[in-house]
Design a protein around this ligand. Sequence first.
Ligand SMILES: [Zn+2]
Length: 139
Amino acid sequence: MKEKVEEMRGILLSMKETTLAEIQKSVRTGTDASEGESGGDIYDQASSERDRELDLLLGDREREKLRSIDEALDRLVDGEYGVCEECEEEIPLGRLKVLPFARYCVRCKADIEKIQAQTRRFEEERVYREIAFTEEEEP
Ligand SMILES: [Zn+2]
């Protein structure tokens, strides 16, 4: 168990580094177009400034991933890591290596995704109905 924790901590930390690097890269390409005149000093400013910048430019997916990694690291510290939040069964190490910040076992995750897919479908249908409603005047 201790070895598993150490191994997963290493995987999570390197994953966090990669994600941060990706985010920084996307911030750079994102500002290139509009920041040409200010001389590119934007990265030397206070780190809070940069955090705000990151926050604005981060894709939801990357931000979500980073938060998942941080939460997984917190769970490692608390000794709650690797346990399914739904059924409280231990998540197999094989799954954790593929998805180090997994919070659910395969079975619970599948159930959750099924519900999410249903919700999404419902919302899509609702949007479609709204579009259909606004275009009602068409012959
Ligand atoms: Zn479960």
